[in-house]
Design a protein around this ligand. Sequence first.
Ligand SMILES: NC(=O)c1ccc[n+]([C@@H]2O[C@H](COP(=O)([O-])OP(=O)(O)OC[C@H]3O[C@@H](n4cnc5c(N)ncnc54)[C@H](O)[C@@H]3O)[C@@H](O)[C@H]2O)c1
Length: 693
Amino acid sequence: MSDVASYAVRDGIAVITMNNPPVNGLGNALRAALMACLQKAEADAAARGALIIGSARAFSGGADIREFGKPREKPDLFEVNDQQDAMGKPLVAAIGGFALGGGLELALGCHYRVAAPGAQLGLPEVKLGILPGSGGTQRLPRIVPMAEAVRMMTTGATISAERAKDLGLVDEIVHGDLLEGAIAFTRKLDSSQVRRTRDMPAKIDGDPEAFFAQVRDQVAKESRGYPAPLEIVACAAAAATLPFDEGRKVERERFNRLVNTAESKALRHMFFAERQTSKIPGVPEDTQVRPIRKAAVIGAGTMGGGIAMCFANAGIPVTVIDATQEFLDRGISKIRSNYAATVEKGRLAQSDMDKRMALIRGSINLAQAADADIVVEAVFERMDVKQELFRKLDGIVQPGAILATNTSTLDVDKIAAATTRPEDVIGTHFFSPANVMRLLEVVRGKRTAKDVLATTMKLGKTLRKVPVVSGVCDGFIGNRMLEKYVQQSLFLLEEGATPAQVDGALSRWGMAMGPFAMYDMAGNDIGWEIRKRRAVERPDMVYSKLADRICEKGWFGQKAGRGWYRYEKGSRKPVPDPEVEKLLEDFRAEIKVKPRKIPDEGIIERCIYALANEGARILEEGIALRASDIDMVYLTGYGFPPYRGGPMFHADSVGLDKVLKSIQTFQKGYQGAQWQPAPLLVKLAGEGKRFNL
Ligand SMILES: NC(=O)c1ccc[n+]([C@@H]2O[C@H](COP(=O)([O-])OP(=O)(O)OC[C@H]3O[C@@H](n4cnc5c(N)ncnc54)[C@H](O)[C@@H]3O)[C@@H](O)[C@H]2O)c1
């Protein structure tokens, strides 16, 4: 046998052990080895039953997704399943750790399943824009009730071994040694108890047609933009109405169609992109990190409170320090009410809330930061305030403590220069609400030490964020690109579009929210303040004065009841405002622009290519380490649709030559001088290459 699977007979049972670390991915070699072992077990007179087992950590994590879309070697999992079905001896899966995707399909192809307590089972293929393609959609509903099978497959959620036992997916929970328990279980079975899943009827009560009509409606609503969930429902319906082999054909056809869709390619890109972000050239993965046992957060405002919650959620004690008792009390009570709201929704146990609150300590004395391993500063966005604070912290905190700033726009190197230890200073740019948003831009200063960077990246993961490295520049990766997007969104209004039209086009395309609804949510005054500062720092910058006009009227957005839209009292629903439209008309008359109708496609191209073009500069300047990091920033911090893979991946999918051509056309259009194709875009388009390798 090969090394990825071993075969042995124990107490009359053939034990097939998968040994393909780290997760027993079902790549070419393991599938071939499984096939050979199954055949051997069937022929082996010394074995009256067989079982398949993995490691304690993983039964199997499923298909090797690097093989998707590429020709695969034989046998495929399908053929392994056929061999499982052909067995005349009872075949048992012994599941420890997790059985996911193809791993669970392999277990479903066995006649029985036993599992270790706490093992996780699931079919997460939908998250990659595909469906369980090796009989999963046909077998699962023959074992667990159809509604549950559809739920598992369309959400991709995993269930515990205990829940799986209740549903009939697991026959026995093995306490103690899994292998011994599984052998004992298998020994109790004889050949009359061979139980092929394919021979069972689907578990559905009542009229399948009515059931699936209702399920289709619901899944269609929940899966806007994602093609896989509805295809999964179609396969489940086939399981209920067609013979097994025909159902498998339906599954195969739909799998093949999905795997080649742009959406699935984008979701797979995202999967890999997330795993790439922690790879930093010159900072090896085994870089010794500093221990983070205690944290301090300075500033108990919007961001400070959310950041403190992140630490408490991860079990790290945190001291929140504000300048005055009043602001501190307000901040802490906001944290408490945030947790209480989650408890009320049933998403957090009261005892967990109490544990987390107990980890958060408030103070108005900066000296309380002395024993912290990391201090995250989230005070007012002013260089003088931050520098003074860092100067003080330098004199207070223990040697080796990391000093992090949550600044969104200020120069991290200048903040670091206020200390005697710039190598310990780094930017941790959280996004609002900090306890919810997954993105964390980790800003590497000129002098930031490698182990400080590695520690902060690791901490980001501990805080359940997606940490992405950014160099120092105005706006870092995300907000620097956003500026170009904002610029275009406003130029579109100048030219003739309305906020509702721009928002409609972009949200139908998949953005979680249109730009104008987003500005109203964030507060228009925030951008106004930044523009005022920029007007001094970068007087050459061209931007639409429209946003200033809105602010001059006090239309600051949701909090003011009106902004680019109107908001009914207590509602967040944007309602188009005729007064805004009048303001737009007057403004166009003033700048002598004759309004024109702009098609949705034009809106989307202008806004999204503005992101990609600035992304190209960011990549070229080395601010971002790789194109997929930029994609991750937009996917996790800016509501970019995952099924489009991020602005850089989207540009790659369209074709960089086409993107360049569009930009060249924009150069001849309204405010065309604002469009300069990034040199990297021009170069890669010329070479027929992509941003993402
Ligand atoms: N609000 C956002 O969406 C957002 C997003 C990312 C980053 N940021 C950045 O985070 C930082 C904080 O922003 P915010 O929105 O939480 O501001 P905020 O005004 O809500 O809170 C700031 C808090 O800091 C306190 N403070 C000010 N100076 C202090 C000092 N010297 N010592 C101790 N406490 C002090 C204030 O009393 C206040 O409670 C800023 O740098 C901002 O640019 C904000």
